[in-house]
Design a binder for this molecule. Sequence first.
Ligand code: HEC
Length: 106
Amino acid sequence: MKGGDVEKGKKIFLKQCSRCHSLDAKAGHGMGPNLHGVVGREAGSVPGFHFSNAFKKSEVIWTPENLSTYLKDPRKHIPKNNMPYCCLEDPEDRRHIIAYIESELK
Ligand code: HEC
């Protein structure tokens, strides 16, 4: 999961994710949960967001590898989840976006 390009990842995030998700620790939740600190966190565990039962029951930990599997096909990875998004198919794009998400955590 190494070698993603943060700038490319940022562009993809702004285009495809930011209307629902913020990475800013000070921002709240949008239509999707705030993603600040998501890497290493258990799925559906951030306080204040109304997650689907699928997420609440899931015991997935958001490692970079799991994020990649999820974004490739969210409904396949966590069936019946509520994220209206499909799919980030290009493995390079997934590497970039995960590099960006990780870079925003520091
Ligand atoms: C139209 C809104 C929307 C878009 C676009 C969207 N998401 Fe989501 N996302 C959601 C919702 C809603 C959930 C919670 C799903 C649930 O509870 O089943 C979610 C959940 C997540 C989670 C799990 C968070 C946690 O704390 O467990 C991650 C990671 C995530 N999205 C990443 C992304 C990325 C990266 C993109 C862009 C490639 C994206 N999402 C695009 C709405 C969206």
